[in-house]
Design a protein around this ligand. Structure first.
Ligand code: PLP
Length: 313
């Protein structure tokens, strides 16, 4: 950039400073977006959703997120009223109206509202919502090098996959919320839940990785197939580090010399303490650091980014 040239930052349309939402086919300020009290997304957790980030004015891995969202809807036998292109257009409009260069953008599909009290879910008209708000950090940025204080929960296990399919992104957060409370009660903040067989699953909004005997492992089952997890597996492969989804028993997690969590809301986040004990030497490990740098660098790769047109259509 030449000296003296100015970057024109996007600005929010009046009233949209907190964010923008899409409800009933129209764009409204996020604070005014409402969902009916009788929508089963609200009353039954009969809903699926996805979250994609905008970073530096561009969506990151937008197609991956929309593809997963479409798969989640199909898995719940819901019908989306919009094509992939229409969804991308709606999301870009929300980000543009809210004037966000870094955003947390959520799409939601609910089963909808019963007609005349009929409970047969096949008769419901599924509903689509979306919103864009400022980017969310699961681990505060100021703590990026302090890392996460995690616990393996003792009082709660992950809802069995046979009951709620964790690969369909969902609002069945009863177990994860209990995990959060247990973590707080034990002086930490980030729960890691096991399945009924004592294998690691995931945490409250993040996947988990462990570096064990030089191999980077992440749970193969019982977990959302996170897009950040996918990116990290790709980056590890490029770095020549053996990495794979695998069974991760609790004992293996504890042998990890480096641990980290991944999420669209924060990227690669080091876990530096587990159950009050330091992981490794208690500092961010070299592999975690490298993957974190590579992760953010990937946000500038045009193959995986979709720029937002802030000038508007
Ligand atoms: N696991 C759960 C339960 C989540 O809710 C999330 C994200 O919200 C993740 C994992 C991470 O997924 P992603 O990397 O696609 O954001």
């Amino acid at each position: 950039m030449s000296a003296g040239s100015a970057v024109r930052l996007p600005t929010a349309a009046p009233g949209y400073e907190e964010g923008a939402a899409w409800v009933d086919g129209a764009c409204v300020p996020s604070g005014e977006a409402k969902v009916s009290i009788v929508d089963t997304g609200f009353s039954r957790s009969d809903v699926t959703y996805d979250v994609v980030a905008v970073w530096g004015g561009a969506f990151f891995r937008l197609d991956d997120h929309l593809e997963r969202f479409e798969r989640s809807c199909a898995g719940l036998r819901m019908t989306l009223a919009h094509s992939r292109e229409e969804l991308a257009g709606i999301l870009a409009e929300l980000v543009r109206v809210a004037g966000l260069r870094e955003a947390y953008v959520e799409v939601i599909c609910t089963r909808g509202v019963s007609r005349g009290g009929v409970r047969d879910p096949r008769t419901f008209e599924n509903r689509f919502f979306a919103y864009a708000v400022p980017y969310v950090w699961l681990l505060p940025v100021a703590e990026a090098d302090t890392g996460m204080d995690a616990v393996v929960t003792r009082t709660v296990r992950r809802i069995p996959s046979e009951s709620v399919d964790p690969t369909i992104k969902n609002f069945h957060w009863g177990d994860l919320t209990r995990g959060l409370y247990e973590a707080y009660d034990r002086g930490a903040r980030y729960p890691i839940l096991l399945d009924a067989d004592g294998r690691v699953t995931e945490g409250a909004g993040y996947n988990v990785f462990a570096l064990v005997d030089g191999r980077l492992l992440t749970p193969a089952t019982g977990t959302l197939e996170g897009i950040t997890r996918r990116v990290v597996l790709e980056l590890a492969e490029q770095e020549g580090i053996p990495a794979a989804p695998a069974d991760l028993p609790e004992a293996e997690l504890r042998r990890g010399t480096e641990l980290f969590a991944t999420s669209t809301a924060g990227g690669v986040m080091p876990i530096t303490s587990l159950d009050g004990e330091p992981v490794g030497d208690g500092r961010v490990g070299p592999l975690t650091r490298r993957l974190r740098e590579r992760y953010w660098a990937a946000h500038e790769d045009p193959r995986h980014t979709t720029p937002v047109d802030y000038a508007g259509a």
